[in-house]
Design a protein around this ligand. Structure first.
Ligand SMILES: [Zn+2]
Ligand SMILES: [Zn+2]
Length: 156
């Protein structure tokens, strides 16, 4: 049986299911993730769009990242919980917010990006490879680097 993930917003108006293992789980300490998170970073679970099904009326907020790529952030218009994002540089991928998972321990983060922007009170995990910014080549390059550093990071 493939693994499956499920999640919902705080009020339950938005729910989702995703089947299979995430391609990468990353902490991002960029300002936009911090501001939209309620704490010092966002934790993103990357899955192919085709395995994720969302129910409910997701509101979208589009904003260019440092790279110029547009990040589209999906949240609940009723309770404002962040649910997922998409990146114009990563067509076909969805980044679920780990905060919205029904079981947050169903995933294990394997890298940190924009670690240099972490607030002093939100410690970057020393046990994981960390990039001061986004590596050249964007999220795809970060994923490759993480897989090189910890090839089994995504296996159970
Ligand atoms: Zn909601
Ligand atoms: Zn970010």
């Amino acid at each position: 049986m493939p693994k499956s993930l499920s999640g919902r917003c705080l009020c339950g108006a938005i729910t989702y299911e995703a089947s299979g293992d995430p391609q990468i789980v990353a902490h991002c300490y960029c300002v936009d993730c911090r501001k939209s998170s309620g704490t010092g970073h966002g934790t993103h679970v990357m899955m192919p769009e085709g395995v994720v099904s969302v129910t409910g009326d997701l509101k979208l907020y589009d904003r260019p990242a440092d790279s110029g790529n547009v990040v589209s952030r999906g949240f609940c218009g009723n309770c404002a919980s962040p649910i997922l994002s998409k990146n114009s540089a990563m067509a076909g991928m969805v980044f679920l917010r780990a905060s919205s998972l029904d079981d947050p321990d169903a995933v294990s983060p394997s890298i940190s990006v924009y670690a240099s922007r972490a607030p002093k009170w939100d410690q970057v995990d020393d046990a994981l490879p960390a990039f001061a910014e986004m590596p050249d080549g964007g999220p795809k390059a970060a994923m490759k680097a993480a897989m090189k550093a910890a090839p089994k990071a995504e296996l159970d």
